[in-house]
Each structure stands twice: as C-alpha cells, then as structure tokens.
Design a protein around this ligand. Structure first.
Ligand code: GAR
Length: 196
C-alpha cells in the first residue's frame, strides 16, 4: 500500500463535517487518506469527543485565552497553532466548521493545502450566518461550497458546490438542517476528487 495523505481537520464545534470525513475515510469513500489530528480552538467542542471515539488524536488551542478587551490577538494565537500544524506534517488541512479566520502566515505556510466548506453558493453570502443571509436576501435556493483557502475570506477557487431549495416556511435552523447532509456528501466527494 502506498503512502497515505496526511489530513489535519480544524473544527470549532459540533463536528458533523469532521465525522463525515473521518467515516468517509474508514468506509473507503475517500482514498489514500488518514486523519493525523483534529485541532479545535474550543475545549468544549463536540468534535473532540467524536475524535476520541474514533481514536483520532486531538488537540485544543483555546482561542478565547488570546482575547482581551474585546480584541482577538490572532498572531499570538496562531503561533502555537502553526507549530502544531507543522509538527503534524499535513498534506491537507481541512477547515470543517472552523469559525475563525485563518491568518496570512498559516495560509502562506501551506499553499494549496487548505480547504474549507462554506454553507452558501460562494461568491454569495460570505462570512457568518450564510444560510440566514440567503433567506433574508429572498433566494429560492442556496447550497454549500468546498473551496481552496486563500487570503481573501471565503474567496479561493471552488472545488465543488451543491444546491438545496429554500422553502417558503424555512427558518435559519430548518434550512441549515436540510443543507447539512449535503455538506457532508459534498465534502467527501470533493476529497475523493482531489485524492484519487
Ligand atoms: C457547517 O454548516 C459549516 O458549513 C459551517 O459551520 C457548520 C459546522 O458544522 N461553516 C461556516 O459557516 C464557516 N464560515 P459542523 O461543526 O457540524 O461540521
């Protein structure tokens, strides 16, 4: 068997996309890959227990410790994050519900190695609450985008997109719930494309 691509996943919370990727690898849907670590910026992230259950090594770098007077000191927070990432020698870094912006230094250290999933049809609705933005804009459909991460927020080249209809009675919650399984499928398919 050849060498496997080393994948590191960053997640801030629930971790359902992380689970879909981890299980996609286990089930052979994503070839030539192994997850060598999960990193969260929150010690209370559910993603951590999903990693533990799957015997995947996990790490916390608590981002709130780098916040003072309502200001986030990203450069200082990203120092231990960068060291940890380097030590894991990733071939791919996957953002999966990582709710912080990645700084320039990390992005430049891993060119063409960082991928994100965003819950909209980019370039529409960048940033937070993308599903709510789509609803409020009166869209008839929205979707998700798996894309390469570049320095512009939610801006890098698209790998794969998928669409869902927006229904008349949708709320942010119902729409997000309908989109989620599609996000899982789309992330797995995108990785399959890249790693085959
Ligand atoms: C997902 O909907 C993902 O697309 C979104 O956060 C959720 C994480 O869920 N990401 C963003 O909004 C990034 N800007 P998960 O933790 O269950 O994968």
């Amino acid at each position: 068997m050849g060498l496997k691509n080393r994948i590191v996943v960053l997640s801030s919370g629930r971790g359902s996309n992380f689970c879909a990727i981890a299980d996609g690898i286990t089930q052979g849907k994503i070839p030539n890959a192994e997850i060598v670590g999960l990193i969260s910026n929150r010690s209370d992230a559910l993603a951590l227990s999903h990693a533990k259950l799957r015997a995947i090594s996990y790490h916390v770098i608590e981002s709130k410790l780098y916040r003072a007077n309502n200001k986030f000191d990203r450069p200082t927070y990203e120092k231990p994050l960068l060291s940890l990432l380097l030590s894991l020698k990733p071939d791919l870094i996957l953002l999966a519900g990582y709710m912080l912006v990645l700084g320039k230094e990390i992005i430049q250290t891993f060119p063409k190695k960082i991928i994100n999933i965003h819950p909209s049809l980019l370039p529409k609705f960048r940033g937070l609450h993308a599903q709510k933005q789509a609803l409020e804009n009166g869209e008839k459909e929205t979707g998700c985008t798996v894309h390469w991460v570049t320095e512009g927020l939610d801006e890098g080249p698209t790998i794969l997109q998928a669409r869902v209809p927006i229904l008349p009675n949708d709320t942010e919650e119902s729409l997000s719930l309908r989109l989620l399984p599609l996000e899982h499928e789309t992330y797995v398919s995108a990785l399959k494309l890249i790693l085959k």
